[in-house]
Design a protein around this ligand. Structure first.
Ligand code: SAM
Ligand code: SF4
Length: 325
């Protein structure tokens, strides 16, 4: 489906839970998290039904997110069902990887196409400071398991925060000898992300070029690809990417919608605009009613975020663990 501004919507970020086994400081508070009640979370069957309807509107790519998607039981069952949903070509997962090593075999059997591992540092103490858990080793085992899986696309996502400045070069260096994309994601002023120091794409690139020499831009991706922009360094097997929603906004080519753990179809990360599909499901809505609600919401997708202009009344109030990143 094409929205009112000519953007073709093909990509769904599906948040399967707001729960998480970490508490990254830019994403969740240490304590006092108000969980979405279990009864208000979408069931897998509901997720599959809504995804199938979105596929009828043109969505062909689903990324599972959260909270931490691997803390929801039997995620492979959802992956398998989505993979056999008509129109869905790719099902991938964004994870902190703590539970990945154990669950990967079942996920691969279910047809998982790719994994994005979120990892902001290779330093154990720094990892514990950022995520509030001493779990770097588990995360690295998950990453290694993903890299060893044949045919699985693996990307690493790091949010540069200032305190991990010294880790940007070691993280990027992981792409030197491996078929891995290491991406740096600008911290967005959503939820707790508004309160922390950040580094821009230009600042990160300057550090990387000082270590690896000039970055050579990779050709612009095909229309419909994600927002990442990639470079190569001499001698590197993999690529280094930047997702820079603040300094290089990509709203004009945004192809995504989000379904929160509570069943709200969000059409822009920054605004609470969209439609409460869970309420419609609970009221016994037919496929026709759900499709019409989706179409109306997508048509009205906001033109752009306003990260640089301060808060506005209709802004999203939820933290990132509920939205799914
Ligand atoms: N728990 C999984 C993980 O960490 O990969 C999936 C959910 S997490 C919310 C998805 C992504 O959002 C992670 O890569 C995380 O680093 C990123 N994220 C969270 N808050 C953010 C913020 N304020 N700005 C930019 N990225 C953020
Ligand atoms: Fe959990 Fe992911 Fe948020 Fe970290 S970024 S607290 S791993 S949901």
């Amino acid at each position: 489906m094409v929205d009112a501004r000519g953007r073709e919507i093909r990509y769904l970020r599906l948040s399967v839970t707001d729960r998480c086994n970490l508490r990254c400081r830019y994403c969740m508070p240490a304590q006092g998290v108000e969980w979405v009640p279990h009864s208000a979370l979408l069931r897998y069957e509901e997720m599959v039904r809504l995804t199938a309807l979105l596929a009828r509107l043109g969505v062909d790519t689903v990324r599972l997110t959260g909270g931490e998607p691997l803390v929801r039981r039997d995620l492979d069952r959802l992956v398998g069902a989505l993979k056999t949903t008509r129109g869905i070509r790719s099902v991938t997962l964004t994870t902190n990887a703590l539970l990945l090593e154990r669950q990967l075999p079942a996920l691969l059997r279910a047809g998982l196409d790719g994994v994005n591992v979120s990892l902001d540092t290779l330093d154990r103490a720094q990892y514990a400071a950022i995520t509030r858990f001493d779990a770097l080793e588990q995360a690295l085992s998950g990453l290694e398991a993903a890299l060893a899986a044949p045919g699985l696309t693996v990307k690493l996502n790091c949010v540069p925060l200032g305190e991990n400045d010294d880790q940007l070069v070691p993280l990027a260096a992981l792409a030197r000898d491996r078929e891995l994309s290491v991406r740096f994601i600008e911290l967005m002023p959503i939820g707790l992300g508004g309160e922390l120091p950040r580094r821009t794409q230009a600042q990160v690139l300057a550090r990387l070029e000082a270590a690896f020499g000039p970055a050579v831009p990779c050709p612009a991706p095909a229309l419909g690809a994600g927002p990442g922009r990639y470079v190569k360094f001499a001698g590197f097997t993999g690529r280094v990417g930047f997702i820079s929603a603040v300094s290089h906004a990509f709203c004009d080519r945004c192809n995504r919608v989000r379904l929160t753990a509570g069943g709200y179809l969000k059409t822009c990360l920054q605004y609470r605009t969209g439609v409460d599909l869970k309420a419609l499901l609970d009221a016994g809505a037919s496929d026709g009613v759900l499709l019409a609600a989706m179409e109306e919401a997508i048509a009205a997708k906001p033109a752009a975020h306003h990260f640089s202009q301060g808060a506005q009344p209709q802004d999203e109030g939820a933290n990132m663990n509920e939205i799914g990143g």
